[in-house]
Design a protein around this ligand. Structure first.
Ligand code: HEM
Ligand code: CU
Length: 686
């Protein structure tokens, strides 16, 4: 290229090319840093909403015979609490974290399909809003977060409550599936040159397997929702035993998704732990290869477990034994990870800081959840504890221990990266203790309440069964817990406002995301590095300034194009130059048309739905016209004296891979349909 630029001039040029317009133009952003932050912010908002609902539940249950909330509203409350936490908080939080971090940890300038990121974000916001608006209007879903039929069928839920869930969640799932496909492609194709799969940081492996699980895990749920909505809207009898259907089909389809869902939530959190622990232990993670094997094994095993949620529905005995054994087997890869983390800490020189506090909280809480999980995997015990508060206690130990604590660790670990500011310690430490104590006060005693026979999902209970003081304790605990979260929030705001600017790489980490200025510029890296060793053992403080000078791949601004590199999936050697799209409103318009489609179905305006669908397709057809070039340029300069062709001129490009991944999604959708058909043919032959 031309004469080398000064770092400042290069920064200015790249910022101009990669920037997002101000004002309303911000809504056209397709940048992964911006969208990752937005995803996480909205997910936090939904966490607050879900938490508020939990507070209402605990207020109602604090005393026996409480008349605070009637049973009708109570059903909506716990259904929305579970739904919001699982679909609108946990999954999108993972997506946001992945979208923000992956390109930075793997050494690329953005995700593979920036406009798809934006489209997914809008689908998430709009689908989530449908659910929240329905709740404010008093017609929220009320059949529990897993919407069992026949309770969720038309005769038992005549209002639109169940339709809100089926359509709203399917809308949100679009964002999950698009994000999953994009994450798979980005990890496999867009890493720094030289970063072979065998050198990829574990964070990348965790995200790859999680996204892969989403690609095959979500279609059964989407199919189930479509079938149930068809039954509700047009009276088709998929789940109605009187007309040849079977309500168990819903349970199978739901848990075919729902059990992997638990691991889809846990694996990203484990990825966070595997990233943070070595940094604070000041050594490389123990058992890198064993961990990769464990992650992959977990991904596969988790699909063989769904039936353990249905032990009490009358499954053949042999099948019960099989699924019970498989449920116990999944403890093996979990144990490998726990031992690797403990071993890393034990053999390193651990340093204490706020993120480690939350890691310790994870250990304390999650192990307890694992123990009760092993108990529940035993069929006889499960039969006893089924649908009691024991299960509520277990699932919160697993979800809060296995997701919320690691996410708080992640928050304190990466916040300096996002804001470029230092943590203030005064609030984060007391917040931790409030959360830990409040959590255990809330949920530990629920084990006892459950064993004393209190069923879940009841809005009141009599006072003479010995449940009173246990419930009061749980409610008091939950308010302590809320105070802890409020303190975290206050800490966040204070840090944004008053935190001192941080030096680069505050934790002396060893991964690439710290080899850039913080807060990160829109283009992420001024030049892309060459990786010569395992990419979780780098020295960001040394690499950073070199890259900022434009010393590396693509350390220049060419033709106003947003360029990054595509590599061979396995070896990580350069294959092509990928040109990414500029900001555009197209994703927003397409999402709005998609919203029109779902709203038309929700309100039974069936003439409008096909119209909206046509608009969606037409808008999607506009997407390619804004991108790409038709002339063939051959190999072009990529810096360091090397050349590579543009993505569109080479085989094995990102679009081909994305198509294949989407085909897998489609394939599982049809396989689930086939499973459903066979299931009905066997169980209900007429
Ligand atoms: C922040 C503090 C939390 C409190 C105080 C809380 C409280 C509760 C309570 C009391 C129930 C049982 C309601 C009933 O069966 O009548 C419940 C159910 C549930 N919670 Fe939480 N929860 C909290 C956080 C979370 C989180 C973070 C998640 C997930 C990531 C979660 C997921 C669920 C699910 C899936 C259910 C089952 C809903 C159903 O039965 O349909 N909760 N929660
Ligand atoms: Cu399960």
């Amino acid at each position: 290229m031309s004469a080398p630029l000064s770092p400042i001039a290069l920064h200015k040029q790249l910022s101009r090319i990669w920037g997002t317009p101000p004002g309303w133009g911000r809504l056209s952003s397709v940048n992964h840093t911006i969208l990752g932050k937005r995803f996480m912010l909205v997910a936090l908002l939904f966490f607050a909403i879900g938490g508020l609902l939990a507070m209402l539940i605990r207020a109602q249950l604090a005393t026996p015979h409480s008349a605070f909330i009637g049973p009708d509203i109570y059903n909506q409350l716990f259904t929305m609490h579970g739904t919001v936490m699982m679909f609108l908080f946990a999954i999108p939080m993972f997506e946001g974290l992945a979208i923000y971090l992956l390109p930075k940890i793997l050494g690329a300038r953005d995700m593979a399909f920036p406009r798809l990121t934006a489209y997914g974000f809008w689908c998430y916001v709009m689908g989530g809003s449908i659910l929240i608006v329905a709740m404010l209007a008093g017609v929220a879903p009320n059949g529990g977060w897993f919407m069992y039929t026949p309770l969720s069928s038309r005769p038992y839920t005549p209002g639109i409550n169940a339709d809100v869930w089926l359509l709203g969640i399917t809308f949100v799932e679009i964002s999950a599936v698009t994000a999953a496909i994009e994450i798979v492609v980005s990890i496999l194709k867009m890493r720094a040159p030289g970063m072979a799969l065998a050198r990829m940081p574990l964070f990348g492996w965790y995200m790859l397997i999680t996204a892969g699980m989403m690609v095959v895990g979500f279609p059964p749920l989407i199919l189930g929702s479509i079938l149930l909505e068809l039954e509700r809207a047009f009276g088709l009898p998929f789940f109605d035993p009187e007309r040849g259907g079977d309500p168990l089909l819903w349970q199978h389809l739901f848990w075919l998704f729902g059990h992997p869902e638990v691991y889809i939530i846990f694996l990203p959190a484990a990825g966070v732990l595997s990233t943070i622990i070595p940094v604070f232990a000041q050594r490389a993670i123990l058992g890198y290869r064993a961990l990769i094997a464990a992650i992959v094994a977990m991904g596969f095993l988790s699909f063989g477990l769904w039936v353990h949620h249905m032990f009490t529905v009358g499954i053949p005995h042999l099948a019960l034994a099989f699924f019970s054994a498989a449920s116990a087997l999944v403890a093996v890869p979990t144990a490998i990870q726990i031992f690797a983390w403990i071993g890393t800490l034990a053999s390193g020189r651990p340093r204490w800081d706020v993120p480690m506090l939350y890691v310790a909280g994870f250990f304390a809480v999650f192990v307890m959840g694992g123990l009760t999980g092993v108990m529940l995997a035993m069929v006889p015990f499960n039969t006893q504890a089924h649908d009691s508060y024991f299960v509520v206690a277990h699932l919160h130990y697993v979800l809060v221990g296995g997701f919320v604590f690691p996410m708080l660790a992640a928050l304190y670990y990466w916040l300096p990266h996002i804001t470029g500011r230092q943590s203030l310690y005064r609030l984060s430490v007391p917040a931790f203790w409030l959360i830990l104590i409040g959590f255990n006060a809330t949920f530990f005693f629920m084990h006892v309440t459950g064993l004393m026979g209190m069923p879940r999902r009841i809005s009141t209970y009599p006072s003479n069964w010995g449940w009173d003081w246990l419930n009061l304790l749980s409610s008091v605990g939950s308010f302590i817990l809320t105070m802890g979260f409020a303190l975290v929030l206050a800490d966040l705001v204070l840090q944004l406002r008053f935190g001192k600017p941080f030096r680069r790489d505050p934790w002396r980490a060893a991964t690439l995301e710290w080899a850039m200025p913080t807060p990160p510029p829109h283009y992420a890296f001024a030049a892309l590095p060459r990786i010569e060793r395992r990419a979780d053992q780098l020295r960001p403080a040394e690499i950073g300034p070199v890259l900022a000078r434009g010393d590396g791949y693509l350390g220049f601004a060419r033709d106003g194009q947003m360029e990054t590199l595509g590599v061979d999936m396995v070896s990580g050697e350069v294959e092509h130059v990928i040109v990414l799209p500029h900001p555009t409103f197209l994703p927003l318009w397409t999402a709005l048309a998609t919203a029109a489609f779902f709203l038309a179905l929700l309100f039974g305006q069936y003439w409008l739905a096909p119209l909206a669908a046509v608009v969606v397709v037409a808008l999607f057809l506009c997407w390619p016209s804004r991108l790409g070039r038709t002339d063939d340029l051959g190999p072009v300069d990529i810096g360091r004296g090397e050349t590579a062709p543009y993505d569109g001129e080479a085989s094995g490009n990102i679009c081909v891979l994305a198509n294949r991944t989407a085909l897998v999604t489609n394939g599982t959708l049809f396989a689930s349909l086939l499973f459903g058909g066979l299931f009905l043919a066997v169980v209900a032959p007429n």
